[in-house]
Ligand binder design. Structure first.
Ligand code: NAD
Length: 498
């Protein structure tokens, strides 16, 4: 046994009080779905977790009707102060049940417990606390006087951050006075259903939040429903395109948070130790199932060999295995389908001439796993430099000058995020200014804060989540421009002349 070997440290599953079957959460109660139920499994060992109801069109109809009733009878009539109290209550209950939620998330999604426990769930609580604070202050959000809610929001989310994406969607919608029908991803419905129990515990008025489980057809029924006023979608660019078409020509407001292929740019004067940790966090956090992952490493040619060597050393120390083990760094790939996609794109990478290196880890016998992998000698035209792999695979490219780095970073149909590593503040500002990405991190990566807007350029989608920009997506624009700059400018002018 080497001195760096760890004893197993699995988190207990005893805290989970799972039901065998979960229904749809409509009008404040669980009820059976009319569609074909399906199983949710643990991607770490393919064992059955629970049977999940599937909502058909009639169920979605009921959920939207429940949301409409709740909107008209209670939620839109309630003061912001009272809505805020419910949101604070939900945030506190998430904190109280944090361990249970973290275990459920790691079990259903495959992500390491240290991430669900220390990142996902604390951020979920933070999102509800943050928007709870806005609920009675909408007049001061710079979105015009007396901003109004939209009505019923139909929200569809992916599997990579199941509970966090739910929080990003539900917290601003409720703070702004809307009611919700949300569809979780079919491979990760569990934490949303436990969240529905939290809503019961919080005594949230029935129908304010409805959760309909099912596959893509259920999502399509939600976004196409004629009585939905706002559609918010996070997921793949392909499905996002379909939704944009379905919503075109209606008066539904739309937010799309789609894919990414972020450049993480490392200049030769960067603090290398920190940059190595940042690169690892940028692409291997959550098995690379991160829309804003730093999946393209752009490293200045003079330090390429040093960075790649150090990265390989660092990756060799990462522990892959049981997501519920507190020492695990790399968990399971969420589904067989996703694993096949990662394998296929990696195979194409080798075929196109890039050089593949994978960490030498023991892969468990059952479940879906992929060792952390680096491709060097990658050309900008390679598929692994262009397509979103959405897995623990890093493509390394080089550059010589800042201008070349910027050009290569922007050479993508996406534009969600980017990272810059350098010792010079002036270079950070100059480069960040020219990157076509919604979020640019400097000397860090994958940092999230509810007060900070997040969203994409180009094929990464449109609209922003987080911050007061995230509220704008759930309010009627009125006389204000999005972001409220016009109104603010007018107010400022008045103050000056007064
Ligand atoms: P996906 O688009 O296949 O599925 C996302 C959700 O949409 C699921 O709930 C799915 O059931 C539903 N869906 C599928 N077809 C639908 C349809 N026709 N109409 C309505 N809903 C439909 O994506 P995925 O594989 O679950 O998630 C991975 C993708 O999500 C990646 O591309 C990733 O970059 C993106 N993502 C983006 C962000 C962001 O904020 N930009 C965050 C997380 C994930």
């Amino acid at each position: 046994m080497s001195f760096l070997e760890y004893a197993p440290a699995p988190e207990s599953r005893a805290i989970l009080k799972l039901r065998d079957e979960y229904g749809l959460f409509i009008g404040g109660e669980f009820r059976p779905g009319r569609g074909q139920s399906f199983a949710t499994i643990s991607p770490a060992d393919e064992t059955h977790i629970a049977t999940i109801a599937s909502a058909d069109d009639a169920d979605v109809d009921d959920a939207v009707a429940a949301a409409r009733r709740a909107y008209e009878k209670t939620w839109s009539k309630m003061s912001g102060r009272d809505r805020g109290k419910y949101l604070f209550r939900i945030a506190r209950l998430v904190q109280e049940r944090a361990r249970e939620l973290a275990v459920a998330e790691s079990l259903d999604n495959g992500k390491p417990i240290k991430e669900s426990r220390d990142v996902d769930v604390p951020l979920v609580a933070a999102w509800f606390f943050y928007y709870a604070g806005w609920a009675d202050k909408l007049d001061y959000a710079g979105l015009g006087p007396d901003p109004r809610s939209l009505g019923v929001a139909g929200q569809v989310i992916p599997w990579n951050f199941p509970l966090l994406m739910l929080a990003w969607k539900i917290a601003p919608a409720l703070a702004a006075g809307n009611t919700v029908v949300l569809k979780p991803a079919e491979t990760t419905p569990l934490s949303a259903l436990i969240f529905a129990e939290i809503l019961q515990q919080a005594d949230l008025p029935p129908g304010v939040v409805n959760i309909v489980t099912g596959a893509g057809a259920t999502g399509a029924a939600v976004v196409r429903h004629p009585d939905v006023n706002k559609v918010a979608f996070t997921g793949s660019t392909g499905v996002g395109r379909e939704i944009a078409k379905a919503v075109a020509g209606t008066d539904k407001k739309l937010t799309l948070e789609l894919g990414g292929k972020a450049a993480n740019i490392v200049f030769e004067d960067a603090p290398i130790d920190q940059a190595i940790e940042g690169i690892v966090n940028g692409i291997f956090f959550n098995q690379g199932h991160v829309c804003c992952a730093g999946s393209r490493l752009l490293v200045q040619e003079s330090i390429h060999d040093e960075v790649v060597d150090r990265l390989k050393n660092r990756l060799s120390t990462l522990r892959l295995g049981d997501p519920l083990d507190k020492n695990t760094d790399i968990g399971a790939i969420n589904s067989r389908e996703q694993l096949d996609r990662i394998r296929e794109l990696s195979r194409i990478g080798e075929e196109e001439g890039a050089e593949r290196w994978s960490a030498d880890c023991v892969i468990p016998d059952s479940g879906f796993w992929f060792a952390p992998t680096i491709f060097t000698n990658v050309q900008a035209s390679h598929r692994i430099a262009r397509d979103e792999i959405f897995g623990p695979v890093l493509s390394v490219l080089t550059f010589r000058t800042p201008a070349e780095a910027i050009e290569k970073a922007n050479n993508t149909p996406y534009g969600l995020s980017a990272g810059i590593w350098t010792d010079k503040g002036s270079r950070i500002l100059a480069v960040a200014d020219r990157l076509r990405a919604g979020v640019v991190w400097a000397n860090t990566f994958n940092r999230f804060d509810p007060a900070s807007p997040f969203g994409g350029y180009k094929e990464s989608g449109y609209g922003r989540e987080g911050g007061r920009h995230g509220l704008a997506a759930y309010l009627k624009s009125g006389s204000a421009s999005v972001g409220g700059r016009r109104v603010e400018a007018r107010r400022a002018k008045k103050e000056v002349s007064a």
